[in-house]
Design a binder for this molecule. Structure first.
Ligand code: ADP
Ligand code: MG
Length: 325
């Protein structure tokens, strides 16, 4: 369960095989949502954390739980509330009468996949504690440091409708999430399948088709994925456009550019390739950028959305032709 970091890098064809089995197995439970599942896997593979945005009841929890099951990873869910304390997630020292000493009681953050539900309802202090753990991959319980398990992957959910008594994440904290993934309503047809399949979904019978060391092996393979100069330029051009756009107040950071590259490399591997195509970058551009860009107030006032601005940028920035690879 607590695998070491010295996993062997997997070959692109192994990554493709594992990804296909994961997608197939998750697909036995989760109806549709292929792109969402793929994007969550990109986060898991690269070690980037993700935000999942969607109204209640669109399978955010089901997706996280099912991915945990099929990858044989430990999973925990934390429901955020305004009175949730950092120690509620990290853990505390408790007195053990047998040993006549204080021993650590590790909190729910000690899992491979941590679903942090409704992150906006947690207090800024608890949000910071989570963000710090995400970054450091270790936590301190009353002066003692404990490493978090590997892989360590946080899926934080948020409701698209800002409710009262919530604490929006500051830009600097949003930037720490590799992607923001949107979970929409299922289509009419998908809803029909969900209804017909509901007892199978609820009984939740999936088998593990991958392991923690597989996931770590994918991560080790990422640095080996090649990326050509035209594809690097494509990323830079997209990022520059976000910084110079007439409707945007805050554009993409270097961390956004790096995330786009890493996520693009993960997509290449999932497809069994050892090189990145412009389409891989296109697939991840929106989830990587959408939570990082801030519109100018006048654009917002005119009803312009971040989504439409990113779409417009992607349609304008010339896509390098694969022949130049
Ligand atoms: N795409 C879907 N595929 C399968 N079941 C779904 C889907 N969307 C919703 N459901 C059903 O609705 C339930 C609610 O989903 P849940 O994961 O708890 O939603 P959320 O975490 O987004 O509030 C699921 O447990 C499942 O029974
Ligand atoms: Mg849920």
């Amino acid at each position: 369960m607590y695998s070491t970091s010295s996993s062997k890098p997997l070959t692109p064809s192994s990554v493709k095989r594992i990804t296909d089995s994961i997608m197939e197995e998750v697909g036995k439970i989760v109806v549709g949502k292929k792109d969402v599942i793929k994007q969550v896997l990109i986060g898991l593979y690269t070690g980037g954390h993700v935000l999942l945005e969607g109204v209640p009841g669109v399978a955010k929890t089901l997706i996280a739980k099912t991915i945990g099951r099929v990858t044989n990873l430990t999973y925990s869910r934390i429901q955020a509330t305004p009175d949730l304390l950092p120690s509620d997630i990290i853990g505390t020292m408790v007195f053990d009468p047998r040993r006549n000493d204080f021993v650590p009681r590790k909190g729910p953050i000690f899992a491979n996949i941590v679903l942090f539900d409704e992150i906006n309802r947690a207090s800024p202090r608890t949000q910071s504690a989570l963000l710090e753990a995400m970054q450091e991959k270790q936590v301190t319980i009353e002066g003692k440091t404990f490493k978090l398990p590997k892989p360590f992957f946080v899926i934080a959910t948020m409701n698209p409708i800002e409710m009262e008594g919530t604490f929006p994440l500051p830009e600097a904290q949003l930037d720490r999430f590799m992607m923001k993934i949107i979970v929409d309503y299922p289509s009419r047809e998908e809803t029909g399948i969900i209804l017909r399949r509901i007892h199978q979904i609820e009984s939740f019978n999936v088998r593990p088709v991958a392991s923690a060391s597989d996931i770590l092996g994918v991560k080790e393979a990422i640095p080996r994925v090649k990326v050509s100069d035209p594809v690097i330029d494509y990323i830079i051009n997209i990022i520059e456009e976000t910084r110079n756009h007439k409707h945007i107040r805050l554009g993409g950071s270097p961390r956004a550019a790096i995330s786009m590259l890493l996520a693009g490399k993960a997509v290449a591997l999932m497809d069994g390739r050892d090189y990145v195509l412009p389409d891989d970058i296109k697939f991840v551009a929106k989830p990587v950028l959408r939570h990082r860009l801030i519109l100018k107030p006048e654009a917002e006032f005119e009803g312009i959305s971040v989504e439409s601005v990113i779409d417009e940028i992607l349609s304008r920035v010339p896509v390098p032709t694969p022949g130049v690879q």
